[in-house]
Design a protein around this ligand. Structure first.
Ligand code: GCO
Ligand code: MG
Length: 410
């Protein structure tokens, strides 16, 4: 038996949106997949992997996962950051995939086995007004979701994060922030309008749907600490499961102020990359949920470390799962979700059906819960022939400007 790495391929495809996938094959022909998708900056990670990482992996033993992680992290000398950590993540996922396939087990069994029967997840619902939002929530409930993230348009503002402008009612796959046509689209932003409108949205939703559904909301890095504190306080009567990214996380100490003013649970961290980025947030218990994604935080090995660190402080996982995490990254997140003790919630933003032609997955959704399935490894297969039909297309995330033209956080 030879578990030495024979080939490392970087596969870029675009079935409805861009995905960067790493495929590692051992001398015996065992294949592992990893996700390296960094939305809007995909080719930087593809180059990092192809030009700088792949040559280092040939001939290494695929079973040496921890050693390879430490080697790629410490020996690059230049540390952290989304490009490096997404590249390491892809290698890490692919190696775990190989080792679990060698063992003939679904990956979660190697991570300690199942700690629960299924994975609670939330869907997105958005609307151009409160009525349309209500339709979207009803549709999500009919599909079986118990937890729903709600976003609406704000009167007097154009397009807003999380809401597809002019989307037909009940369009399940409507919202995709990365736009393939042209360069970064400009959206407007007005914090005063947002802060005065949003509590009424939650009030209307609770009045219509009652106390049962778990509700979430993403402020998407738009507020100053004091504005964030006010929003958390104003939303307290509506019992959010979590309020996400209330303020940019560049300055984690800012969460101290938010925390002093509100008991609304806080989730943050989808733009962070390492356990060190989380240190203040976790040790000072400034958050309730870690929003890290397996694809941008060094893979299964490192995300497990972050979640275990968080668990020491009664903080739970809240894995990022937008469409820019590929089906490979999603599968990796699900195996980890099933195995860890301090699981909180998994985001589940379904990929367009066409993505399923390139990525054959084994995970299932039933009665509000996801499960990674019982196929060996991550449980994902990559179809090269299908992928050849979907060439990479440049795509950019939007940007936000205030009424006077000032660039704002998007
Ligand atoms: C979320 C996120 C995404 C991001 C996207 C950027 O909570 O799902 O905020 O929608 O905007 O991942 O690439
Ligand atoms: Mg978010």
């Amino acid at each position: 038996m030879s578990t030495l790495i024979r080939s490392v391929e970087v596969l870029v495809s675009s079935p409805s949106r861009n995905f960067v996938t790493l495929r590692i094959t051992t001398e015996d022909g065992v294949v592992g997949l990893g996700d390296a998708t960094l939305n809007g900056r995909e080719l930087s990670v593809a180059s990092y992997l192809e030009d700088h990482v792949a040559p280092l992996l040939i001939g290494r033993d695929a079973r040496r996962i921890e050693d390879t992680w430490q080697f790629l992290y410490r020996s690059a000398y230049w540390r952290r950051g989304p490009v490096t950590m997404s590249a390491i993540a892809a290698v890490d996922m692919a190696l775990w995939d190989i080792v679990a396939r060698l063992a003939g087990m679904p990956l979660y069994q190697l991570l300690g086995g199942a700690s629960r029967t299924g994975i609670l997840c939330y869907a997105h619902a958005s609307g151009s007004d409160i009525e349309a939002l209500g339709d979207a929530i009803r549709q999500r409930q009919d599909e079986g979701f118990r937890a729903i993230r709600i976003q609406t348009a704000i009167p007097g503002m154009g397009s807003v994060y999380g809401v597809q402008k002019g989307a037909a009612r009940g369009q399940k796959y409507a919202y995709e922030p990365a736009k393939r046509a042209g360069l970064s689209v400009e959206e407007g932003w007005d914090t005063r309008k947002y802060l005065s409108f949003l509590p009424g949205v939650f009030e209307a939703v609770r009045n219509e749907f009652g106390p049962d559904p778990m509700l979430l909301h993403d402020a998407h890095h738009r507020l100053t600490p004091i504005q964030a504190a006010r929003l958390g306080k104003d939303l307290e009567p509506y019992d959010l499961f979590w309020l996400e990214d209330v303020t940019p996380v560049d300055n984690p100490e800012a969460l101290r102020l938010v925390r002093q003013h509100t008991t609304t649970p806080l989730a943050i961290g989808e733009v962070l990359n390492t356990v060190w980025d989380y240190r203040t947030l976790i040790q000072e218990q400034l958050i309730d949920y870690v929003r890290a994604s397996v694809t941008h935080t060094g893979g299964i090995t490192h995300l497990k470390r972050i979640f275990e660190f968080a668990g020491m402080y009664q903080i739970k996982s809240g894995s990022h799962g937008p469409t820019d995490i590929s089906p490979v990254g999603m599968a990796a997140a699900l195996h980890l979700d099933l195995a860890i003790h301090n699981f909180g919630m998994q985001e589940y933003m379904e990929h367009q059906p066409v993505a399923g032609e390139v990525f054959r997955t084994s995970y299932t959704f039933e009665d509000g819960l996801l499960h990674p399935g019982e196929a060996p490894g991550l449980g994902v297969e990559y179809d090269d022939e299908a992928a050849a039909r979907f060439a990479y297309e440049p795509a950019y995330l939007p940007m936000a400007r205030l009424a006077d033209g000032t660039v704002h956080d998007w």
